[in-house]
Every structure is written in structure tokens, then in C-alpha cells.
Design a protein. Structure first.
Length: 316
């Protein structure tokens, strides 16, 4: 992940190889219990037969206790389901539950050192979302490996993630990504052909970005607002072209997940609140493991460090 400067422009080195085409516990519980107590009090004021009608205070208390007990039972059942899913997928601990996304979205600005000329007029380029929540964001690039077990694992574990797709390796199996989208995953722009963008003219960069915007809108019904340049490389023309195609922001990453390790951008080799994590649609042909293997390793690291995975779009 090295930084490369060009005269009058900036490009950033990212992941190293192009894809090959191939075939809340505490907070949430407290909030739910408070809401349930309020609902219970309201229910407790209903009429009862005269002979058995208790004092109003006792009636309200019983209703509140019953509602609280019901919520507690549902929370316990949900936690047991998370534990069972974690065990089924080989995780020692269930993933932590992220808090709700903020009502007021944080201001996203370009990371220092990642600017191009006239950056203030262009989509921000960032590696971390400003937040005090102990959350990170998982993003998956390109679309080469189409492992059905990955989709099933993420559904059962309820782990949110964001996809950045390149059409040249996605087009042979659009239904795979439609299934992903139906599960709540946002499909974003990673160009048509995964080219090294700074080597292209403005017009060719625009064709790569706008072409993928059009393809995703036509195929999946929604035009992306997020764009990630291949390899993390870009220059001023890239961001100008992205803006002209309707892109609002350019998320890069602060860590990268593999089946056997995590790579970090920062000197402390650690995760931080709001960090974006990159990984890829890959399998044994490229890795010593599968996508579920990668998730197992990444989630062990994330959970052991006390982080939950949140939905990136909830913070943007």
C-alpha cells in the first residue's frame, strides 16, 4: 500500500494483483428493554373483570415485567442463534453486534496526503470513517470468485459488507450478485475492466467508470454512489471522471483481510474505530483458503479486538 506521487497529480498504490476472470448486545438490549417497559405500561391499563381487577399500580407493574421478560427472552434466543451460527461456521465467538448507524452522518473528508489538485471540488478519498463507535467496515472487491458458501455464511452470521464490482468478471454470473443484493448488500463501482486508471486518458477513465455505473444500474436497478479505483490508484482525472458519473465518495481501506493474515496501512498495525477493511472475491486458486476461511480469520481478529462490523452506507 505505498503512496506514489506524480507531477501535479497523486496516485495511490493498493492491492497488488488484478482479478483473474473465472468461472448490540448491551446498548441494543438496554434500548429494547426501555421501549418494552414503555409498551408494557400502556398495555397494563386495559380493563380487567371487576372481581379480579388489581390495583392500577400493580397492574402496570405486571404488564411492564411481562413485556420486559418477553424482550429478554427474544434477546436470549437471538444470542443463542448467533452462538449456534458461529459454531456452525467455525468461529470461536459470535460476531459482536454493531450499534445503530448515527442519525447525523459524520463529515467525510479526504485523508491527508491523498489529495489531488482542486480536491475540495472532487469526491473525498478516505480510508477511515470518523466515528467513536467501535466498528469497522468490510468491503469486497472485483467479483472473481462466486462462492455460494460465502453468501450463506454472511447471511447466517448477519455480517454486513459492501461490494465493489468489475463487470468483466461479474457478467458471467449476475444472479450470484443479485442474491447478494437481495440480502442487503450494496453493489458499487470498481470499473468495467479493472484497468490501472492513471495510465488512461480522462475520456477512457470516464468510459470505465460511467460504463460500470450504467451496467450496474441496468443489471441491478440502482446507480452506485461509491467508487473504488482498481489497485487503489487514481489521479485528478480519475476523480473528475468519477464525479461526472455521479460518484459521491471514494472509499479506500486501512486494512486488508486474507485467509491467514491481516495487512495494515498504519504504523501500529492495528484496527481503529471506523477503519475500512478490504478483501476480495477469491478462492483456492489465488489464496491458500476459501472466502469462508478468510471471513473466519478476519472475524477472529475483529471480534478479539472488541470491534463489530457495521454497514458502511449507514455512516455515509
Amino acid at each position: 500500500m505505498q503512496l506514489v506521487r506524480q507531477k501535479g497529480k497523486t496516485a495511490h498504490m493498493g492491492h497488488r494483483s488484478a482479478a483473474r476472470p473465472r468461472g448490540r448486545y448491551g446498548v441494543a438490549a438496554a434500548a429494547l428493554l426501555v421501549a418494552a417497559l414503555g409498551t408494557g405500561c400502556g398495555a397494563g391499563e386495559q380493563e380487567t373483570p371487576a372481581k379480579s381487577k388489581p390495583a392500577k399500580g400493580a397492574e402496570a407493574g405486571t404488564g411492564a415485567a411481562g413485556a420486559a421478560g418477553s424482550v429478554a427472552e427474544r434477546l436470549k434466543a437471538a444470542q443463542q442463534a448467533r452462538i449456534a451460527a458461529a459454531k456452525r461456521w467455525g468461529l470461536a465467538k459470535p460476531p459482536l453486534v454493531a450499534p445503530p448507524g448515527p442519525k447525523e452522518k459524520p463529515e467525510i473528508t479526504t485523508r491527508d496526503g491523498f489529495e489531488v489538485e482542486d480536491q475540495e471540488e472532487l469526491p473525498p478519498v478516505f480510508t477511515t470513517v470518523p466515528t467513536e463507535d467501535k466498528v469497522v467496515f468490510l468491503t469486497v472487491d472485483d467479483g472473481a470468485e462466486k462462492d455460494p458458501e460465502f453468501i450463506r455464511m454472511m447471511k447466517e452470521l448477519k455480517i454486513p459488507y459492501t461490494a465493489f464490482l468489475s463487470d468483466y468478471i461479474v457478467r458471467d454470473n449476475y444472479p450470484y450478485f443479485k442474491e447478494m443484493q437481495a440480502a442487503g448488500v450494496t453493489l458499487n463501482n470498481h470499473t468495467l475492466n479493472h484497468r490501472y486508471m492513471p495510465a488512461l486518458s480522462y475520456e477512457k477513465q470516464r468510459q470505465e467508470i460511467c460504463g460500470q455505473q450504467d451496467t450496474i444500474q441496468k443489471t441491478f436497478g440502482k446507480r452506485p454512489t461509491l467508487f473504488r479505483p482498481p489497485y487503489g490508484n487514481y489521479n485528478q482525472d480519475t476523480l473528475m471522471a468519477a464525479k461526472s458519473c455521479g460518484i459521491k465518495a471514494v472509499p479506500l481501506w486501512n486494512a486488508e483481510a486474507f485467509p491467514n493474515r491481516m495487512d495494515y496501512r498504519e504504523w501500529d498495525r492495528d484496527l481503529h474505530p471506523g477503519d475500512i477493511i478490504l478483501t476480495h472475491f477469491r478462492g483456492r486458486e489465488d489464496w491458500k483458503g476459501t472466502m469462508p476461511d478468510m471471513i473466519r480469520h478476519a472475524m477472529k481478529t475483529i471480534t478479539d479486538k472488541g470491534y463489530a462490523v457495521a454497514r458502511l452506507e449507514d455512516y455515509l
